[in-house]
Design a protein around this ligand. Structure first.
Ligand SMILES: [Zn+2]
Length: 278
């Protein structure tokens, strides 16, 4: 199915912090080894089963953690299966639940060195962005090294620093084999594309992020868009529509398999950032 995005929801933080059940969604599989486990429809959290432990990709906020944990069980896994927690970027809506998930699983937390510094020096623009959510402080155990993929079981995750939305925003690329057909797919999640931090108004008030980040986002976009991705996953489900096919996955049907989605998604996000510059 070709690329499609949907409008963001109204008051997402208030909804997720106070009435998260209103945007509940059951865990659903998106690729041979990956499940959407967030439990809610605003912030994406994924579980990748490596065959020898699982990787949790982003955690959403503490107020919706019960949904994430439920989602992990619904996917047929349990928190103790998680051996690594990967964070895409240092905004509270992706990292707010990381401390609790680390305590629950004992898994190390990975984040980019750039965003770890951003988080330490600028809590108001990272952890404390919204008074309705109460993220818990955590320590980053490991940084990403884009030239050294992270291996677990038979999955190898390649990280790519994709600055723009934050200075250390990180995107993830990995391969999965379809056990039914033997085909191998490249699966990817972009770490963050929100134009809310790539506009003049934000830069004017920011103590940390500067307009050159937006230029880097534009400069990198053609390179990122040219990467071959068969299954493109959003860090917020409205950015690439995936909820419409929730619960329909089979190895034979591959409802999310479309190698045109990734490039169209990147182009659309560049367009959205440029609109704000006019
Ligand atoms: Zn963000």
């Amino acid at each position: 199915m070709p690329f499609r995005c949907t409008p963001g929801m109204k008051d997402p933080v208030k909804t997720l912090a106070y009435e998260p059940w209103k945007i509940a969604v059951k865990a659903f599989q998106v690729s041979p080894r990956t499940w959407y486990v967030a439990g809610q429809t605003w912030v994406g959290c994924y579980l990748i089963d490596s065959g020898d432990g699982c990787i949790l990709l982003d955690t959403a906020i503490p107020e919706s953690l019960y949904m994430l944990i439920d989602g992990i069980y619904q996917s047929g896994h349990k928190p103790s299966d998680i051996k690594a927690i990967f964070l895409s970027h240092a905004h509270f809506d992706h990292i707010g639940g990381a401390a609790a998930m680390k305590a629950l699983t004992g898994a190390p937390i990975y984040m980019s060195e750039e965003d770890t510094k951003f988080m330490a020096e600028c809590p108001k623009e990272t952890m404390l962005l919204d008074p309705d959510s109460h993220p818990q402080v955590f320590t980053v155990d490991r940084f990403y090294h884009d030239d050294t993929p992270i291996r677990m079981g038979d999955i190898e995750i390649r990280t790519v620093l994709t600055p723009g939305h934050t200075i250390g925003c990180t995107s993830f690329f990995w391969k999965e084999k379809n056990p039914a057909s033997g085909d191998v797919y490249t699966v990817a999640m972009h770490g963050g594309v929100g134009a809310n931090t790539m506009n003049d108004q934000y830069y004017a008030s920011s103590a940390y992020l500067t307009p050159d980040l937006r230029e880097r986002f534009f400069a990198d976009a053609p390179k990122i868009a040219a990467m071959s991705v068969d299954i493109a996953l959003p860090s917020h489900p409205n950015q690439i529509e995936i909820l419409d096919r929730a619960g329909t996955y089979t190895h034979e049907s591959q409802p999310y398999l479309d190698s045109t989605v990734w490039a169209d998604f990147i182009k659309e996000r560049v367009r959205q950032v440029k609109v704000l510059m006019k």
